[in-house]
Design a protein around this ligand. Sequence first.
Ligand SMILES: Cc1cc2nc3c(=O)[nH]c(=O)nc-3n(C[C@H](O)[C@H](O)[C@H](O)COP(=O)(O)O)c2cc1C
Length: 136
Amino acid sequence: MYISQAAGGLTEGRLHALAASAATFNRLAGVTGVLLTDGARFFQYFEGPHDGVDAVYGRVRSSSSHRGLTEISSAVVKSRQLPHWEMHAIAVEGEAIDRLVAACWEEESVDAKAEKESGMKVISDLLDLPRSSTRG
Ligand SMILES: Cc1cc2nc3c(=O)[nH]c(=O)nc-3n(C[C@H](O)[C@H](O)[C@H](O)COP(=O)(O)O)c2cc1C
């Protein structure tokens, strides 16, 4: 997962086209996940087989539609968190992106003492998922 800044002039129409192209490619690559945007920033989480994830990340990194890509976490997950989520762009408040950036993304280190909230919990809150469907 990463955050980035939308390039100037990224219209809603272009964003739709980008998301459609992403969804088509991801389906073939076996990659699922979610793309959130507050209009100025992107937050994207995606998961799948290593080769699929690498191919998608290559496309993401070479896109001129955003800049300042900063990786938040890249980890092996035991099972898919969002198995049924084909990529599409969802509009959220800027506050939601801030919460995602501040969240804890290391699965194993989330304990009772942790002050940060779990990143996947934030995602499931934002997507309004029943907690069970975010588990494998
Ligand atoms: C924020 C963002 C997320 C993207 N996510 C994906 C993705 O999940 N899968 C994919 O194949 N391409 C993804 N792309 C790349 C686009 O689908 C498309 O290939 C690219 O934007 C076209 O190049 P351009 O942006 O330079 O016009 C993403 C691009 C951006 C900016």
